[in-house]
Design a protein around this ligand. Structure first.
Ligand SMILES: NC(=O)c1ccc[n+]([C@@H]2O[C@H](COP(=O)([O-])OP(=O)(O)OC[C@H]3O[C@@H](n4cnc5c(N)ncnc54)[C@H](OP(=O)(O)O)[C@@H]3O)[C@@H](O)[C@H]2O)c1
Length: 423
């Protein structure tokens, strides 16, 4: 496919989009690549300003990087933009509100798309409605390529790979972040998820019956999960269940089971928290969102005063650059399974899992920078390795798209480090 640009960052003026501009420069250097890229948004002035500001910040002349104007509300402008690149990096959110027209334009123009969506109303609806169209157009629409999913989804794949020739039965993920500061963009997405929970129930039901054919794997040794906070003495942390990446990782496992006959791995993730006070504040914040998101006026209040409802953690301007650069994340994945060769072929293993494996994935920067890195290396992976992808196209999660790729090596080279610490 010959196109004017290899990559376009759409939504380049946003909080995430700006880090994508900065890290596009850094990842291209790290990977020794010279892809042609451009930045896009709905206001030429704002996109230019964002590009100039990043340029000054990183002391790197970006004047040669072209600016493209496209608005989600203008279908023609989206198609014109998409036609100019091979992979579109879509940073325009909330995705439930703005994502569908972009996906449609990408399929229409045979352009691959990666995004950092975490809103199931969008990701599951896109898979339900557009999987076949994307497959027929040989287009990869890979949702969930941000920090929120990639380390988890690819982490399970990594554990499974390192566990061979045995089979992993279950994985528990414990995410430790040293800063809870966030931008209002992610907050608005969370509000949207809860305000439209009825929509999610209906979409999910349809996806599981119509798309996945009501397949529901049975496990002889089910993973024990809890919805209550608990203390992990080993991690020395309070842990609270976290359904957000779990649903998408489970969707990857189900997809790989149905399409490639792979025995699924059970998965659950937890957020680990250093102080009991933070658990109380988080619980209060969650209660506010659950309650206020039920009413139109409540949604307006939540969006207008994010700092009030999150005790200062989320703001209209997002975390400062120093906060972002000074923070880190550590994801611990604990897998249990069977060590014997060929166990993964056997549906009826009678003995309980006999082997443990632990991986740690560390980000040297905040989740926002890691999100930009994950998104960019996902786009590079499509450019360089789509010939090895298991499908010719479709609306899929990273764990499906990148299962045969070298994305983990790329992430390792770009400060998102995967390591086995116990085997
Ligand atoms: N999965 C993860 O780990 C992860 C991490 C970070 C963020 N996210 C998600 O990324 C999304 C963006 O977050 P953010 O904090 O970067 O938000 P943000 O700062 O509000 O950025 C939103 C972007 O969307 C653009 N936009 C809005 N309406 C548009 C339209 N009609 N046409 C074209 N562009 C439009 C904005 O452009 P203007 O500047 O012109 O308004 C801006 O560039 C959210 O959905 C968030 O949940 C996910």
């Amino acid at each position: 496919m010959e196109r004017e640009f290899d990559l376009i960052i759409f939504g380049a003026t946003g909080y995430t989009g700006r880090y994508c501009i900065e890290y596009m420069v850094k990842c291209l250097q790290n990977e020794a690549r010279s892809y042609k890229w451009a930045v896009a948004g709905r206001s030429e002035y704002k996109v230019r300003r964002a590009k100039d500001e990043v340029s000054k910040l990183i002391e790197n002349d970006l004047s040669s990087i072209p600016v493209i104007v496209a608005d989600v509300k203008d279908e023609q402008s989206l198609e014109n933009m998409c036609r100019r690149c091979k992979v579109l990096l879509n940073c325009v959110g909330p995705y439930r509100d703005y994502g569908e027209p972009v996906t449609k334009a990408c399929i229409q123009t045979s352009t691959h798309q990666v995004d950092v969506a975490g809103e199931p109303q969008y990701t599951e609806k896109m898979q339900l409605l557009y999987f076949k169209d994307a497959e027929n157009a040989n287009v990869y629409i890979v949702n969930c390529c941000g920090f929120g999913i990639i380390p988890f989804d690819m982490g399970v794949h990594y554990l499974e790979d390192k566990f061979k020739p045995g089979h992993v039965n279950s994985v528990e993920a414990f995410i430790d972040i040293d800063s809870y500061a966030g931008n209002h963009g992610s907050w608005d997405s969370v509000i949207g998820i809860l305000a439209h929970r009825d929509e999610l129930i209906a979409t999910r039901k349809k996806l599981h019956t119509e798309f996945y054919g009501s397949v529901s794997p049975n496990f002889k040794y089910p993973l024990k999960t809890t919805i209550l906070p608990f203390i992990s003495y080993k991690l020395k942390r309070l842990c609270i269940p976290c359904f957000y990446p779990s649903d998408d990782v489970q969707r990857t496992q189900l997809f790989n089971h149905i399409y490639f006959g792979q025995k699924p791995i059970q998965f659950m993730s937890y957020m680990t928290i250093a102080k009991f006070l933070y658990v109380v504040l988080l619980a209060l914040s969650a209660l506010f969102v659950v309650f206020f998101s039920r009413f139109k006026y409540g949604v307006k209040l939540l969006k207008k005063y994010p700092h009030l409802f999150t005790f200062g953690a989320v703001s209209k301007t997002g975390p400062t650059r120093d906060q972002v650069i000074d923070s880190h994340f550590k994801l611990t994945l604990i897998g249990h399974g069977w060590s014997e060769e060929g166990a993964n072929e056997n549906e009826d293993i009678n003995d309980p899992p006999d082997r443990k494996i632990v991986a740690v994935i560390k980000g040297q920067n905040s989740p926002y920078i890691s999100t930009a890195i994950c998104l960019i290396v996902s786009a590079f992976t499509i450019l360089e390795e789509s010939a090895n992808f298991p499908l010719k196209g479709g609306v899929i999660t990273p764990g499906v798209a990148f299962r045969n790729s070298k994305i983990i090596e790329r992430l390792n080279r770009n400060s998102v480090k995967f390591e086995i610490v116990e085997s």
